[in-house]
Unconditional design. Structure first.
Length: 313
Protein backbone atom coordinates (compact mmCIF):
# COMPACT_ATOMS: atom_id res chain seq x y z
CA UNK A 1 0.00 0.00 0.00
CA UNK A 2 1.21 3.52 -0.77
CA UNK A 3 2.65 5.64 2.00
CA UNK A 4 0.94 9.05 2.05
CA UNK A 5 4.01 11.07 1.23
CA UNK A 6 4.04 14.35 3.18
CA UNK A 7 2.76 12.49 6.23
CA UNK A 8 6.17 10.86 6.73
CA UNK A 9 7.78 12.79 9.57
CA UNK A 10 11.46 12.88 10.50
CA UNK A 11 13.20 14.69 13.36
CA UNK A 12 16.90 15.46 12.99
CA UNK A 13 19.10 16.35 15.96
CA UNK A 14 22.26 18.35 15.35
CA UNK A 15 20.60 19.82 12.25
CA UNK A 16 22.88 22.87 12.35
CA UNK A 17 26.02 20.73 12.06
CA UNK A 18 27.89 19.49 9.00
CA UNK A 19 26.09 16.13 8.80
CA UNK A 20 22.77 17.32 10.23
CA UNK A 21 22.34 20.00 7.56
CA UNK A 22 22.86 17.44 4.81
CA UNK A 23 20.46 14.96 6.44
CA UNK A 24 17.78 17.64 6.85
CA UNK A 25 18.15 18.67 3.21
CA UNK A 26 18.06 15.07 1.94
CA UNK A 27 14.79 14.22 3.72
CA UNK A 28 13.26 17.62 3.00
CA UNK A 29 13.92 17.29 -0.74
CA UNK A 30 12.50 13.77 -0.88
CA UNK A 31 8.94 14.35 0.32
CA UNK A 32 9.48 13.98 4.04
CA UNK A 33 8.14 16.43 6.58
CA UNK A 34 11.47 17.22 8.24
CA UNK A 35 12.02 19.13 11.47
CA UNK A 36 15.58 19.90 12.51
CA UNK A 37 16.72 20.84 15.97
CA UNK A 38 19.92 22.44 17.11
CA UNK A 39 21.21 24.37 20.04
CA UNK A 40 23.54 27.35 19.63
CA UNK A 41 22.98 27.95 15.92
CA UNK A 42 19.35 26.80 15.68
CA UNK A 43 17.26 29.87 15.05
CA UNK A 44 15.53 30.89 12.88
CA UNK A 45 15.66 27.81 10.69
CA UNK A 46 15.52 25.04 13.27
CA UNK A 47 13.95 24.30 16.63
CA UNK A 48 16.21 25.24 19.53
CA UNK A 49 16.43 22.27 21.90
CA UNK A 50 18.97 21.46 24.57
CA UNK A 51 19.22 17.66 24.27
CA UNK A 52 20.21 17.49 27.94
CA UNK A 53 16.78 18.92 28.85
CA UNK A 54 14.69 15.76 29.00
CA UNK A 55 11.39 17.64 29.27
CA UNK A 56 12.09 19.67 26.11
CA UNK A 57 13.09 16.48 24.27
CA UNK A 58 9.94 14.70 25.45
CA UNK A 59 7.74 17.61 24.38
CA UNK A 60 9.07 17.99 20.83
CA UNK A 61 8.88 14.25 20.18
CA UNK A 62 5.34 13.98 21.55
CA UNK A 63 4.16 17.09 19.70
CA UNK A 64 5.70 16.18 16.36
CA UNK A 65 5.22 12.37 16.56
CA UNK A 66 8.08 11.57 14.15
CA UNK A 67 8.22 8.22 12.34
CA UNK A 68 12.00 8.51 12.22
CA UNK A 69 14.61 10.32 14.34
CA UNK A 70 18.14 10.77 12.98
CA UNK A 71 20.45 11.55 15.89
CA UNK A 72 23.41 13.49 14.44
CA UNK A 73 24.18 15.66 17.48
CA UNK A 74 27.40 14.67 19.25
CA UNK A 75 30.70 15.98 20.52
CA UNK A 76 32.79 14.49 17.72
CA UNK A 77 36.16 16.24 18.17
CA UNK A 78 38.42 13.68 19.90
CA UNK A 79 40.72 16.26 21.50
CA UNK A 80 37.75 18.22 22.92
CA UNK A 81 36.29 15.00 24.36
CA UNK A 82 39.59 14.30 26.15
CA UNK A 83 39.60 17.80 27.68
CA UNK A 84 35.85 17.91 28.54
CA UNK A 85 34.98 14.28 29.33
CA UNK A 86 31.88 14.95 31.44
CA UNK A 87 30.20 17.26 28.94
CA UNK A 88 31.02 14.85 26.09
CA UNK A 89 29.59 11.90 28.01
CA UNK A 90 26.40 13.84 28.78
CA UNK A 91 25.80 14.54 25.09
CA UNK A 92 27.16 11.34 23.53
CA UNK A 93 25.74 8.88 26.07
CA UNK A 94 23.08 10.29 28.42
CA UNK A 95 21.25 12.39 25.81
CA UNK A 96 21.34 9.49 23.34
CA UNK A 97 19.86 7.09 25.91
CA UNK A 98 17.05 9.52 26.67
CA UNK A 99 16.34 10.07 22.97
CA UNK A 100 16.10 6.30 22.43
CA UNK A 101 13.64 6.00 25.30
CA UNK A 102 11.47 8.82 23.93
CA UNK A 103 11.63 7.35 20.41
CA UNK A 104 10.38 4.02 21.79
CA UNK A 105 7.53 5.89 23.50
CA UNK A 106 6.10 7.10 20.18
CA UNK A 107 7.21 4.13 18.07
CA UNK A 108 9.79 6.17 16.13
CA UNK A 109 12.68 4.50 14.32
CA UNK A 110 15.92 5.97 15.72
CA UNK A 111 19.09 6.14 13.63
CA UNK A 112 22.03 6.77 15.97
CA UNK A 113 25.11 8.07 14.19
CA UNK A 114 28.29 6.42 15.49
CA UNK A 115 31.90 6.25 14.36
CA UNK A 116 34.68 4.06 12.97
CA UNK A 117 36.65 5.14 16.07
CA UNK A 118 34.93 2.39 18.07
CA UNK A 119 37.63 0.16 16.50
CA UNK A 120 41.36 0.14 17.31
CA UNK A 121 42.43 0.06 13.66
CA UNK A 122 44.70 -2.99 13.92
CA UNK A 123 42.75 -5.46 11.74
CA UNK A 124 40.63 -3.76 9.07
CA UNK A 125 38.22 -3.95 7.35
CA UNK A 126 35.70 -4.12 10.18
CA UNK A 127 32.33 -5.81 9.94
CA UNK A 128 29.38 -4.82 12.16
CA UNK A 129 29.92 -8.03 14.17
CA UNK A 130 33.59 -7.33 14.96
CA UNK A 131 34.42 -6.56 18.57
CA UNK A 132 34.95 -2.83 19.20
CA UNK A 133 38.02 -1.63 21.06
CA UNK A 134 38.14 2.17 21.05
CA UNK A 135 41.55 3.80 21.58
CA UNK A 136 40.32 7.22 22.67
CA UNK A 137 37.63 8.68 24.88
CA UNK A 138 35.61 9.89 21.89
CA UNK A 139 35.36 6.33 20.56
CA UNK A 140 34.52 5.09 24.06
CA UNK A 141 31.68 7.62 24.54
CA UNK A 142 30.21 6.79 21.13
CA UNK A 143 30.38 3.06 21.89
CA UNK A 144 28.72 3.67 25.29
CA UNK A 145 26.12 5.68 23.39
CA UNK A 146 25.46 2.70 21.09
CA UNK A 147 24.94 0.43 24.10
CA UNK A 148 22.75 2.96 25.93
CA UNK A 149 20.57 3.45 22.85
CA UNK A 150 20.05 -0.30 22.35
CA UNK A 151 19.32 -0.83 26.06
CA UNK A 152 16.53 1.76 25.87
CA UNK A 153 15.18 0.85 22.43
CA UNK A 154 16.05 -2.36 20.61
CA UNK A 155 14.32 -1.13 17.44
CA UNK A 156 17.22 1.27 16.78
CA UNK A 157 19.68 1.40 13.89
CA UNK A 158 23.29 2.32 14.63
CA UNK A 159 25.14 3.78 11.67
CA UNK A 160 28.92 3.91 12.02
CA UNK A 161 30.70 6.30 9.67
CA UNK A 162 34.27 7.61 9.24
CA UNK A 163 35.73 11.11 8.76
CA UNK A 164 33.23 13.43 7.04
CA UNK A 165 33.44 16.36 4.68
CA UNK A 166 30.93 18.32 2.62
CA UNK A 167 29.53 21.80 2.21
CA UNK A 168 31.03 23.55 5.22
CA UNK A 169 30.15 26.92 6.70
CA UNK A 170 33.73 27.26 7.99
CA UNK A 171 36.77 25.25 6.93
CA UNK A 172 37.25 24.05 10.56
CA UNK A 173 33.93 22.16 10.42
CA UNK A 174 35.65 19.12 8.94
CA UNK A 175 39.05 17.51 9.50
CA UNK A 176 39.26 17.25 5.70
CA UNK A 177 38.32 20.78 4.64
CA UNK A 178 40.41 22.39 7.40
CA UNK A 179 43.50 21.49 5.35
CA UNK A 180 42.53 23.79 2.46
CA UNK A 181 44.40 26.85 3.72
CA UNK A 182 47.62 24.85 4.08
CA UNK A 183 47.13 23.62 0.53
CA UNK A 184 46.37 27.08 -0.88
CA UNK A 185 49.17 29.00 0.81
CA UNK A 186 52.05 27.26 -0.90
CA UNK A 187 54.66 29.85 0.17
CA UNK A 188 55.34 27.86 3.35
CA UNK A 189 55.84 24.14 3.73
CA UNK A 190 53.21 22.18 5.65
CA UNK A 191 53.61 18.89 7.48
CA UNK A 192 50.77 16.45 6.75
CA UNK A 193 50.01 13.16 8.49
CA UNK A 194 50.86 10.27 6.16
CA UNK A 195 50.38 7.53 8.78
CA UNK A 196 46.68 7.22 9.57
CA UNK A 197 44.61 5.65 6.78
CA UNK A 198 41.27 7.44 6.35
CA UNK A 199 38.19 7.02 4.18
CA UNK A 200 36.80 10.52 3.62
CA UNK A 201 33.03 10.35 3.26
CA UNK A 202 30.71 12.99 1.84
CA UNK A 203 27.88 14.01 4.20
CA UNK A 204 25.48 13.96 1.21
CA UNK A 205 26.16 10.24 0.84
CA UNK A 206 25.59 9.55 4.54
CA UNK A 207 22.36 11.58 4.34
CA UNK A 208 21.18 9.48 1.39
CA UNK A 209 21.97 6.30 3.34
CA UNK A 210 19.94 7.57 6.34
CA UNK A 211 16.94 8.32 4.12
CA UNK A 212 17.17 4.99 2.27
CA UNK A 213 17.44 3.16 5.59
CA UNK A 214 14.41 5.03 6.96
CA UNK A 215 12.33 4.31 3.87
CA UNK A 216 13.27 0.62 3.87
CA UNK A 217 12.41 0.41 7.56
CA UNK A 218 8.91 1.80 6.94
CA UNK A 219 8.30 -1.18 4.65
CA UNK A 220 10.24 -3.77 6.65
CA UNK A 221 10.33 -3.70 10.48
CA UNK A 222 13.26 -6.15 10.55
CA UNK A 223 15.59 -3.29 9.48
CA UNK A 224 17.49 -2.52 12.69
CA UNK A 225 20.81 -3.17 14.39
CA UNK A 226 24.28 -1.98 13.43
CA UNK A 227 25.34 -0.81 9.96
CA UNK A 228 28.51 0.64 8.42
CA UNK A 229 28.84 3.26 5.68
CA UNK A 230 32.00 4.79 4.27
CA UNK A 231 33.63 6.25 1.21
CA UNK A 232 35.82 3.68 -0.56
CA UNK A 233 38.91 5.77 -1.34
CA UNK A 234 41.69 5.12 1.18
CA UNK A 235 43.82 8.21 1.84
CA UNK A 236 46.07 9.69 4.48
CA UNK A 237 45.69 13.39 5.25
CA UNK A 238 48.74 14.01 3.09
CA UNK A 239 47.08 12.18 0.18
CA UNK A 240 43.83 14.08 0.72
CA UNK A 241 45.74 17.38 0.69
CA UNK A 242 47.44 16.38 -2.58
CA UNK A 243 44.08 15.39 -4.06
CA UNK A 244 42.63 18.77 -2.99
CA UNK A 245 45.57 20.55 -4.65
CA UNK A 246 45.03 18.48 -7.78
CA UNK A 247 41.29 19.23 -7.83
CA UNK A 248 42.02 22.97 -7.93
CA UNK A 249 45.16 22.86 -10.11
CA UNK A 250 47.23 24.08 -7.17
CA UNK A 251 50.85 23.13 -6.40
CA UNK A 252 51.46 20.43 -3.80
CA UNK A 253 55.27 20.38 -3.57
CA UNK A 254 55.16 22.35 -0.28
CA UNK A 255 53.17 19.55 1.42
CA UNK A 256 55.42 17.22 3.41
CA UNK A 257 54.35 13.67 4.30
CA UNK A 258 54.99 12.69 7.96
CA UNK A 259 55.00 8.91 8.31
CA UNK A 260 55.45 8.62 12.11
CA UNK A 261 52.41 8.04 14.27
CA UNK A 262 51.30 11.33 15.87
CA UNK A 263 52.44 11.93 19.45
CA UNK A 264 50.06 14.73 20.45
CA UNK A 265 46.32 14.65 21.14
CA UNK A 266 43.96 11.71 21.47
CA UNK A 267 45.16 8.35 20.12
CA UNK A 268 43.83 7.56 16.63
CA UNK A 269 43.35 4.13 15.05
CA UNK A 270 45.81 3.51 12.19
CA UNK A 271 43.21 2.04 9.84
CA UNK A 272 39.59 1.62 10.96
CA UNK A 273 38.22 0.80 7.48
CA UNK A 274 34.54 -0.17 7.63
CA UNK A 275 33.11 -3.09 5.66
CA UNK A 276 29.89 -1.74 4.12
CA UNK A 277 28.62 -4.93 2.46
CA UNK A 278 25.62 -5.30 4.81
CA UNK A 279 24.02 -2.06 3.56
CA UNK A 280 25.15 -2.76 0.00
CA UNK A 281 23.32 -6.11 0.09
CA UNK A 282 20.15 -4.23 1.07
CA UNK A 283 20.61 -2.05 -2.00
CA UNK A 284 21.40 0.97 0.17
CA UNK A 285 24.25 3.35 -0.54
CA UNK A 286 25.68 6.28 -2.46
CA UNK A 287 29.29 7.34 -3.03
CA UNK A 288 30.60 10.63 -4.42
CA UNK A 289 34.14 10.44 -5.85
CA UNK A 290 36.44 12.37 -3.52
CA UNK A 291 37.82 14.84 -6.07
CA UNK A 292 34.33 15.80 -7.27
CA UNK A 293 32.95 16.08 -3.75
CA UNK A 294 35.86 18.08 -2.38
CA UNK A 295 35.85 20.51 -5.30
CA UNK A 296 32.16 21.22 -4.75
CA UNK A 297 32.71 21.63 -1.00
CA UNK A 298 35.78 23.88 -1.13
CA UNK A 299 35.07 26.01 -4.19
CA UNK A 300 33.61 28.91 -2.13
CA UNK A 301 36.84 29.05 -0.08
CA UNK A 302 39.20 29.25 -3.04
CA UNK A 303 41.28 32.40 -2.52
CA UNK A 304 42.53 32.90 -6.07
CA UNK A 305 39.46 32.83 -8.26
CA UNK A 306 41.58 33.15 -11.38
CA UNK A 307 41.73 29.36 -11.30
CA UNK A 308 38.04 29.44 -12.27
CA UNK A 309 38.96 29.31 -15.98
CA UNK A 310 41.38 26.43 -15.73
CA UNK A 311 39.38 24.33 -13.30
CA UNK A 312 35.89 24.64 -14.64
CA UNK A 313 36.06 25.50 -18.35
Amino acid sequence: EDVDIPSRRVLITGATGLLGRAVFKEFNENNWNAVGCGYRRAQPRFEQINLLDSIAVHDIIHDFQPHVIVHCAAERRPDIVESQPDAASQLNVAASANLAKEAAGVGAFLIYISTDYVFDGTSPPYKETDVPNPLNLYGKTKLEGEKAVLENNEETAILRIPVLYGEVERLEESAVTVMFDKVQFSNKSANMDHWQQRFPTNVKDVAAVCRQLAEKRMLDPSIKGTFHWSGDEQMTKYEMACAIADAFNLPSSHLRPITDSPVVGALRPKNAQLDCSKLEMLGIGQRTPFRAGIRESLWPFLVDKRWRQTVFH
